[in-house]
Design a binder for this molecule. Structure first.
Ligand SMILES: [Zn+2]
Length: 296
């Protein structure tokens, strides 16, 4: 299959997924009035730059669109909790408000400091950032993203300014390597390096939470959960899609990524929960792939 055909097919599949989820949204919205249906959407963002060259980058949400999404959350009466606040609140699920979301960011791009942070600060919303700790302060940029000025990693000073406004930071690994290809001892080495690097920057407890780069499924996820427990991490996002429920596993909490092309209807469908069916398909697909790769 030629690359062009693959791109067209991928776009068509994504459009179909968005269409089905948006059509299901009114049903999920009604279902949301039942107390037993309470679920929390944890949004996962990456870049937020207005740079023209990032316009076609699906991982980049334009700052104006981000501001609009923040305003929508406010207008709809959602309470925003940081990831650690949410995990704490899971102990008393019944007392959680009906409409809660959590806002998270992966990697730690300067453009989040420049564009997302001011919007969060103005709206007085907490957020959680997961940092690839080997790259803090590196002017050369992340190894996978060297070409754009705004996509360089956070500086320690920027992190300090955000912490002063109630933003929390945790580990997104040290090297941002693929944990599905690591042995347990390699996972352990990377996590320890991350904790060591983050300790002086974000103070005590940098290893409470973790978000895994790329995601892990099957036996690799089981190994990583074991290692996280041994290294005293308390909760993690491993790459599972979906919404957090009362019985969600603390070490494999689901999130939903917000992509640059997500319009208002898709964003609303994600926070209402009508993309949840996709999480089941996504998880099954990765389990099958990890089994085919020799796991399980
Ligand atoms: Zn990442």
């Amino acid at each position: 299959m030629s690359p062009q055909v693959r791109i067209v097919l991928k776009r068509a599949a994504l459009l179909a997924i968005d269409f089905v989820s948006v059509c299901l949204a009114p049903l999920y919205w009604l279902w949301g009035f039942l107390p037993s249906s309470k679920r929390v959407c944890v949004l996962a963002y990456h870049k937020t730059t207005p740079e023209a060259s990032a316009r076609r980058d699906e991982w980049n949400v334009h700052p104006e669109r981000f501001k609009h999404q923040i305003a929508l959350l406010k207008r709809m009466g959602f309470e925003v909790m940081s990831a650690s606040q949410l995990v704490k609140a899971m102990d008393d699920w019944g007392s959680l408000p009906r409409r809660v979301v959590s806002i998270t960011f992966d990697d730690g791009y300067h453009n989040n400091f420049a564009h997302a942070f001011p919007a969060l600060k103005e709206a007085k919303m907490p957020a959680t950032f997961f940092l690839a700790s080997a790259y803090l302060d590196q002017e050369a940029g992340f190894p996978w993203q060297r070409e754009l000025v705004e996509q360089r990693p956070f500086t320690r000073r920027e992190i300090g300014a955000m912490r002063a406004e109630g933003i929390e930071f945790f580990s997104h690994s040290h090297s941002h390597a693929d944990f599905s290809k690591m042995s347990k001892s390699e996972m352990k080495r990377d996590l320890r390096a991350s904790v060591e690097a983050l300790k002086p920057v974000i103070g005590g407890g940098p290893h409470a939470g973790f978000a895994c780069p790329f995601g892990v499924w099957g036996p690799a996820a089981d190994s990583l959960i074991q290692v996280l427990k041994e290294e005293n991490f308390a909760w993690a996002f491993l790459g599972r899609w979906g919404l957090v429920k009362a019985n969600s596993t603390r070490y494999d909490l689901p999130r939903l990524t917000i992509y640059g092309g997500d319009g208002t209807l898709v964003f609303l469908s994600k926070i209402i929960g009508s993309f949840e069916w996709l999480g089941i398909v996504h998880y099954a697909w990765h389990r099958i792939r990890s089994r085919a790769a020799g796991g399980d």
